[in-house]
Structure formats: structure tokens, C-alpha cells
Design a protein around this ligand. Structure first.
Ligand SMILES: NC(=O)c1ccc[n+]([C@@H]2O[C@H](COP(=O)([O-])OP(=O)(O)OC[C@H]3O[C@@H](n4cnc5c(N)ncnc54)[C@H](OP(=O)(O)O)[C@@H]3O)[C@@H](O)[C@H]2O)c1
Length: 347
């Protein structure tokens, strides 16, 4: 018997007083070791509030946000309302796809049985409660696993491309093109008619070429910020490149959108670069900015339209069953994923 099974059996032994139960991942404390911090358990099924929808989850996905919620790092994550000493949410899952089970009394936009995708707290579970405004009909041409990969990474990429004002024919560089956000950004910028180049490590070059990038730089070998090629737009999702180098790789009136980057700093390391960009931007011809993505149904619907039109497809590296969510998180945490990692919940 493995430890995950024994946890489930221990939880199953607790009295339920008639409350419907479900399998779920549970996280009670912050920590860096997924296998130690999250466990597979049986817990009470949640009930939706009046503006919420109860979704029967078919698949969920992992992204860097999941890792931050698991570790509670950098510390500003805790101050953003996710719990100062321990996580407020019962698990770090934020994306899902599934079918509507029931709706709160104020919800008229969704009906039981409808396939949906969106963002919420606690998506690593058989059922999850989602605010109606963070849900949309799932793209008709995707499996639940594919749809679950899209909500946070896809919408963030869409908002970055839009914030950069990408136009047809422009040259766009996506730094971190093999990542969750970057793999969508490459495809969405192409769907807007741009000529897209991407940056990733050696082992992921072929994958980024398959996404449609015309030129792919290997950041372990190429100095892609030497200014020899100028871009109208840079979408930066990885690597923490200095602002001065990013600026010399932009055209005179180019636009930079800093989405984020990982760092070992416990505090504001990656935000410092964004603050610097915002401070410089009013005094130069280039437009330098950051992004705080907004999780909303309107952009999920726009993304679904792009996906259904055929130009954008979630790039899925691996799928894991729910009870192996810890291994799925570790795979993303270690930077091994090519595109997205999905957790299959139903079936
Ligand atoms: N602003 C927002 O609202 C928002 C929303 C979502 C995410 N984010 C943040 O955005 C970042 C990306 O998220 P994600 O989910 O896409 O993460 P991810 O899947 O881990 O992707 C990270 C990307 O960065 C690349 N990278 C790593 N080191 C690099 C280097 N030295 N030079 C160039 N590229 C490098 C990786 O390339 P390889 O894998 O090939 O090494 C990968 O393509 C994270 O920091 C996340 O927290 C911000």
C-alpha cells in the first residue's frame, strides 16, 4: 500500500454525517517538496455560493503559479491573500476543465451538463467551485485534458500579446517560448499575423519550432539579445534578462511586456525589473511594461475562439492521474515541462 492510498483510507474512515465526499489533493502547509506537502485524500464535496458554479472536474493543469502556491514563495504570494503562515486554499490547483454539476441561484449563464473551462481555487479535486465570471464554455475542438491546460497560461499569453499591441507583419520575440505562457504566446502572436521567434533551452528547440516559431534561439548557446536583430515586440516570460539588453533588441519604438521570470529571491527580485521598466518607459520612445493577468470569462471566450479557429492548440507534455499530483508539480518545478502538464481527474 503506498502512502497516498493509506491517506485516503484514513480520511475515508472519518464520519461524514451524510455530506457528499470526493477525492482531492490536500495541502495543509507551505513547502518545497511536493511529495511531502500535498497528499491524496477524501474530503467533503464543496457547495457553490449564489454566484458560483460547481464543476465536476475532468482535468486540471499545473503551472508556475501552482508551484508558488505550494511553496508560499516568493513571500509577496502570501501577502496577496493566499495565507501568511499556511495556505488558505485546500490545494494549489488553479485551472480546470469539466462539466457543470450545479449552479448558484444567481447564475444563469451556465447549465448542468455543459462543458466548461476556467480558473478557481482547489481544482485538484473531483469537484470544484468556480466563480461564474471565471468560467467559459470549453473550446469545442479540445479534449478536457487539452482545455484544462489553457485557462491561466493561454489567457496570460493572450493578454500579453494584446498589451504589446502586436500587429500583422511585426517581428515578435517570445522569451520562454517552451513554457506554459510562452507556448501559447508564440501561437497567439502568429494568429495575429506576426513573424515570431522564440527562446528556450537546447532540448526544447524542436518543440518551439513545431509551435510555429520561424527562428528559435537556444539561451544556453546564443546571445539573442546582442542587438543584431531588432524586434517590434518582446514578450518576456523567463530568464530575467537585464532591461538594457532587452531595450537594445527592440526597435526604436518597440514594445516590451514583462510577464514574469523565476528567481531564487524570496522577495521582489523579478518585480524590480518590471518597476524599473515602468519608471523608464515615460521617458523613452519604446513602451516598456509588465503584466498582471486578469482571470475572466471574456478572455477565456476569446481564447476559445482562437483555439476553435485552428491557430492555437495547447502543447501538452505529460498527463498524471490525480493521486500523482505531487509528481506533476515536481516536473514543472524542476523546469522539465515542454508546454503544459495536465492532471487527469475523471476516468
Ligand atoms: N504576470 C502574470 O500575470 C503572470 C501570469 C502567469 C505566469 N506568470 C509568470 O511568468 C513566468 C512564466 O510562467 P510559465 O507558467 O510559462 O512558466 P514555465 O512554464 O516554467 O516557463 C518558463 C520559461 O522560461 C524559460 N527560461 C528559463 N530560464 C531561461 C533563461 N535563462 N533564458 C531564457 N528563457 C528561460 C523556460 O525555458 P526552458 O524550459 O526551455 O528552459 C520556459 O520556456 C513565471 O515566472 C510565472 O510565475 C506571470
Amino acid at each position: 500500500m503506498n502512502s497516498a492510498t493509506s491517506e485516503v483510507e484514513r480520511d475515508q474512515a472519518r464520519p461524514t454525517h451524510g455530506t457528499a465526499r470526493m477525492k482531492a489533493i490536500v495541502q495543509e502547509s507551505y513547502g518545497a517538496n511536493p511529495e511531502a506537502v500535498v497528499r491524496y485524500a477524501e474530503i467533503d464535496r464543496p457547495t457553490p455560493g449564489e454566484d458560483e458554479v460547481l464543476v465536476r472536474v475532468e482535468a486540471a493543469s499545473v503551472d508556475m503559479g501552482t508551484v508558488h502556491l505550494m511553496t508560499g514563495l516568493p513571500y509577496p504570494v502570501r501577502m496577496a491573500g493566499f495565507g501568511l503562515r499556511s495556505p488558505k486554499s485546500s490545494n494549489p490547483g488553479r485551472c480546470l476543465a469539466g462539466t457543470v454539476e450545479s449552479t448558484g441561484s444567481n447564475v444563469t449563464a451556465f447549465q448542468p451538463g455543459e462543458p466548461v473551462y476556467g480558473t478557481c481555487s482547489n481544482s485538484f479535486a473531483e469537484y470544484a467551485v468556480v466563480k461564474a465570471g471565471r468560467l467559459a464554455p470549453a473550446p469545442a475542438n479540445l479534449t478536457p485534458q487539452q482545455a484544462a491546460a489553457a485557462p491561466i497560461s493561454g489567457v496570460t499569453a493572450l493578454q500579453a500579446v494584446r498589451k504589446a499591441g502586436v500587429q500583422a507583419g511585426e517581428k515578435v520575440l517570445v522569451i520562454g517560448a517552451s513554457g506554459g505562457v510562452g507556448s501559447f504566446a508564440v501561437q497567439i502572436a502568429r494568429a495575429y499575423g506576426a513573424q515570431v521567434s522564440g527562446v528556450c533551452r537546447t532540448s526544447k528547440v524542436a518543440m518551439v519550432q513545431e509551435l510555429g516559431a520561424e527562428q528559435v534561439f537556444d539561451y544556453t548557446r546564443d546571445d539573442y539579445l546582442d542587438g543584431s536583430i531588432r524586434y517590434d515586440v518582446i514578450i518576456d516570460t523567463g530568464g530575467n534578462s537585464p532591461l538594457s539588453k532587452l531595450r537594445r533588441t527592440l526597435t526604436a519604438d518597440g514594445r516590451l511586456v514583462i510577464v514574469g521570470a523565476e528567481s531564487t529571491s524570496l522577495w521582489f527580485a523579478t518585480l524590480t525589473r518590471t518597476f524599473k521598466a515602468l519608471a523608464i518607459s515615460p521617458f523613452v520612445k519604446q513602451r516598456l511594461t509588465g503584466l498582471v493577468s486578469s482571470e475572466n470569462g471574456r478572455d477565456l471566450t476569446t481564447l476559445a475562439g482562437l483555439i476553435e479557429a485552428g491557430g492555437v492548440m495547447p502543447a501538452i507534455d505529460r498527463t498524471y492521474p490525480l493521486r500523482e499530483a505531487g509528481a506533476a508539480i515536481r516536473y514543472v518545478q524542476e523546469g522539465r515541462a515542454q508546454g503544459k502538464v495536465v492532471i487527469t481527474v475523471a476516468g
